[in-house]
Write a protein that binds this ligand. Structure first.
Ligand code: UDX
Length: 432
């Protein structure tokens, strides 16, 4: 089919490229002319494993192109997907101005039947508003259907998540667009659930809030483990073997971050409040998430006492592994807090250093992970990059002025670290 993707951020670029990969003719539209030019010249604005190769392959095959003209996109696409950002407003509600503007622009250029598909994460009932807006602004009175088709892509594994999803959610107001939507996803082997549009929109917020809840749950358990000498990883393993619970998203950490969970949680709390329900459970999820960072910072200050004039090495700046994204990154928040308390920082991240340079000032960026510890009073692991597990620990210990390692991602074995001579403090494992 001819597909148009409006918005070339993480969601739009991955989705548009993957639609081309499964055989569709795709045009990706963005109003950021510089970004479109970069994509047209073979560049990629983000780091996402496998994406650069997939873009190059599909552009070469003539299935994928980029444009800054929404008119061209509306004319060419039978289905027009919207993947623009829905950022948070100061009160936690969702800023829908980008999506509303795109709806008006599509309406202005529509001359024939179109399926308009929302991929962005939006509050329940946004689809209804889109229908009203498109009707109002479409002078040609063209027929159309609005569909909600939320994305569940994780940064760092977005291509694989697109090609092998757990499910595809299609929310509709009438049966008319369903066959075309099923054809679009025909090459993907996954269950398709067709729902009303409000339910599809809710599935997204309910899912992300539940996953955030799962992380806060295990982080709360980690606090109890620390108070009792139990091991949170063993607790998670034992809980996870129950199929009703599952082991995924039970890794205790510094807390969740990123461009989705914190924003979606606040939005869902706000949406619920607006319809008359006070979602106190989710407020507690937020509270546990911020306490988790405070508890970790306390471990650092309890051990090092005064941070002023201390040098601390930090491994990891991205909000999680396999991405260069630092939006709402717990690692960046940690760095800023350590700096505020007077510490000097030496930092490294395999991908996120270029983006981190814009927000972290007066910090030494170190290219090689094993060099970060050089002359430091302590080392902190803040992001769960796989390669950090193969740190040269003997060398790190010798480089540190004092062999102290705070592990915010439980990458190492406490007894091994002790044998190697480290003072090792991690999350929810015994008294550490
Ligand atoms: C999330 C959702 O998973 C995805 O379905 C949605 O479409 C977008 O939002 P993403 O933000 O890319 O994806 O990252 P995710 O892998 O979900 O991790 C979010 C945060 O939780 C990260 O900071 C991560 O480090 C943290 N996390 C995750 C934990 O602390 N523990 C875990 O067990 C899992």
């Amino acid at each position: 089919m001819n597909i148009t993707m409006i918005g070339t951020g993480y969601v739009g670029l991955v989705t548009g490229t993957c639609f081309a990969e499964i055989g569709h003719q795709v045009i990706c539209v963005d109003n950021d002319v510089a970004k479109v030019q970069l994509l047209q010249s073979g560049g990629i604005p983000i780091f996402e494993p496998g994406l650069k190769e997939l873009v190059a392959k599909n552009v070469a095959a003539g299935r994928l192109s980029f444009s800054d003209s929404i008119a061209e996109g509306v004319e060419k696409g039978e289905a027009i997907f919207i993947g623009v950002s829905t950022p948070p407003l100061p009160d936690g509600a969702v800023d829908l101005s980008f999506i509303e503007k795109v709806a008006r622009e599509i309406a202005a250029h529509m001359r024939s039947y179109k399926i308009i598909v929302d991929k962005s994460t939006v509050p329940v009932k946004t689809g209804d508003k889109m229908v009203e807006t498109i009707k109002r602004y479409c002078k040609a009175h063209a027929e159309f259907d609005v569909v909600s088709n939320p994305e569940f892509l994780r940064e760092g594994s977005a291509v694989a998540d697109f090609l092998k999803p757990d499910r595809i959610v299609i929310g509709v107001r009438s049966p008319r667009p369903v066959p075309a939507m099923k054809e679009i996803y025909g090459a993907i082997s996954a269950p398709i659930i067709v729902t009303d549009i409000n339910s599809a929109e809710l599935i997204k917020h309910a899912s992300n809030s539940f996953l955030a809840l799962k992380i806060s749950y295990i982080n709360a358990i980690s606090a109890v483990c620390e108070a009792t000498g139990a091991n949170v990883q063993e607790v998670a393993a034992g809980m996870g073997m129950d199929e009703r619970i599952g082991r995924k998203f039970l890794d205790a950490s510094l807390g969740f971050g990123g461009s989705c969970f914190p924003k979606d949680l606040s939005a869902f709390i706000k949406i619920s409040e607006q319809v008359g329900y006070s979602f106190d459970l989710l407020k507690e999820v937020q509270k546990i998430n911020s306490c988790q960072m405070e508890r970790f910072l306390k471990k650092i200050s309890d051990t090092l006492w005064v941070l002023k004039d201390k040098t601390i090495g930090v491994l990891g700046l991205a909000f999680k592994q396999n991405t260069d994204d630092i939006r709402m990154s717990p690692a960046i928040a940690l760095c800023q807090r350590l700096q505020k308390d007077g510490a000097q920082l030496r930092v490294h991240d395999p991908q996120a250093m270029p983006k981190a340079r814009a927000v972290l000032k007066d910090v030494t960026f170190v290219e090689e992970m094993n060099d970060v510890a050089l002359g430091c009073d302590a080392l902190v692991v803040a992001t769960e990059w796989e390669q950090f597990k193969s740190l040269d620990l003997e060398r790190v210990r010798a480089s540190l002025s004092h062999p102290i390692l705070f592990d915010g991602r439980n990458l190492f074995d406490p007894s091994e670290m002790e044998k190697l001579g480290f003072v090792y403090k991690s999350i929810g494992r015994g008294q550490s």
